[in-house]
Design a protein around this ligand. Structure first.
Ligand code: ATP
Ligand code: MG
Length: 229
């Protein structure tokens, strides 16, 4: 059976993804700072909230209300009404936030149409190379596994953003989070910065689509991408 898709609202990206995000799995986005990961999450969150469903947004970065206002425009109040914002201050709190989201989605009192975790690896990164690294890896894996089950069982798409590290040997930007995250994410997108406000989305992994790429632009009112995918 073909999986349901959640439109991103960005035509070039929807073409790349044959309609949008799959609704029963975790989509990982990684890319360097300023590549548009957060704006992409906000853009989709606003679409879902506008449609009257709820968005759970686990935010470790401090969402810019200005950007949210710019994207939501006249619908800001309605969008805020459907946004359940959680701001964990540690990896342990992030894990508890994920568990709470599970309970909220499963009790089905509020139809949740999207779960965002941005950035999913901020606190994890802080503990790398420290004495807590193994515990942090375990905590991240548990949270990701919880999200994967939730997406699958409740058909709620999960958007999980990831940070990068530069491989000196290869000269490439690599995602954090290790192989567990790479396996758990059924779709993996890399965002690249191009000149000016242009950004490239590279589809690196998908259950049913080949690799490919699309572009979008960051504008004052949101993300636009109508050029050839
Ligand atoms: P990080 O890893 O640091 O969280 P990110 O990938 O989440 O980065 P975003 O916050 O989504 O990045 O995007 C920030 C980018 O968007 C910056 O390059 C910034 O210049 C650009 N940007 C933000 N607001 C506007 C605007 N109003 N018009 C054009 N570009 C903008
Ligand atoms: Mg960000």
């Amino acid at each position: 059976m073909a999986a349901e898709r959640l439109s991103t609202g960005i035509p070039s990206v929807d073409r790349l993804l044959k309609g949008g995000l799959e609704t029963d799995c975790l989509t990982e986005i990684y890319g360097e700072g300023g590549s548009g990961k957060t704006l992409f999450c906000l853009e989709i969150a606003v679409r879902v909230a506008r449609s009257g469903r709820w968005v759970v947004y686990i935010d470790t970065e401090g969402v810019s209300v200005d950007r949210l206002r710019a994207i939501a425009a006249d619908d800001l109040d309605a969008v805020l009404d459907h946004l359940l914002l959680s701001t964990p201050k540690s990896l342990a709190e992030q894990g508890r936030a994920v568990a709470a989201v599970g309970a909220l989605v499963r009790d089905r009192k509020r139809p949740v149409g999207l779960i965002v975790v941005d950035s999913g690896t901020y606190y994890y990164r802080l503990s790398l190379s420290g004495p807590d690294e193994d515990d942090a890896r375990q905590a991240l894996s548990v949270a990701v596994a919880d999200l994967v089950s939730l997406a699958l069982e409740e058909e709620v798409p999960v958007l999980f953003t990831n940070q990068v590290w530069r491989s000196i040997r290869e000269g490439t930007l690599e995602p954090l989070g290790g192989s567990f995250l790479n396996h758990a994410a059924k779709t993996i997108l890399r965002f690249d910065r191009l000149a000016g406000n242009r950004r490239r989305v590279v589809l690196l992994k998908h259950r049913s689509l080949p690799e490919g790429a699309a572009e979008f632009r960051i504008t004052s009112t949101g993300l636009e991408g109508d050029g050839p995918g």
